[in-house]
Design a protein around this ligand. Structure first.
Ligand code: 5GP
Length: 130
């Protein structure tokens, strides 16, 4: 069985890609709580992040750190907030959200962005990814 996020990482479902390597994929959340809200996933299908083998968990965190540094360069913000919820999609994912205040991490409040804005934001983050 393949999760929706595995299909996204495989390119079978479109996404606003920001970064990838052989073990990870990062893309814009389709329903962002702030501009530049990114999801980082391991390609390996594990539902719950704390069930990942330790090295996979550490590799995911290291990859997310690189993505956060790219977001910080591409999007004006004080910090990049990191959160794990995982109640909706049964495939480990980390939320990375550019924030200026604590209220920007509010998952009940979404922002509306056009496809053009999403494309521009994804490309700006991708350009800064190292
Ligand atoms: P969680 O599982 O952490 O509660 O939330 C899952 C997150 O995945 C939500 O923020 C939701 O907007 C995002 N999401 C769900 N389906 C898709 C999708 O098909 N594409 C993208 N880019 N994001 C998705």
């Amino acid at each position: 069985m393949s999760t929706i996020f595995s299909k996204i990482a495989a390119g079978e479902i479109p996404s606003y890609k920001v970064a990838a390597d052989e073990k990870h994929y990062a893309f814009l959340d389709i329903n962002p709580v702030a501009p530049g809200h990114v999801l980082v996933i391991p390609r390996k299908e594990v539902d719950y992040i704390f069930d990942l083998p330790e090295q996979d968990y550490l590799d995911l965190m290291a990859f997310a750190r690189r993505v956060a540094k790219a977001q910080q360069k591409a999007i004006p913000c004080k910090r990049v907030g990191e959160a794990v919820i995982g109640l909706e999609v049964p495939h480990t994912h980390i939320h990375l959200i550019p924030i200026n205040t604590e209220a920007d991490m509010n998952f009940s409040k979404k922002v509306e962005l056009t496809a053009e804005e999403m494309t521009r934001i994804a490309s700006a983050i991708a350009d800064k990814f190292e």
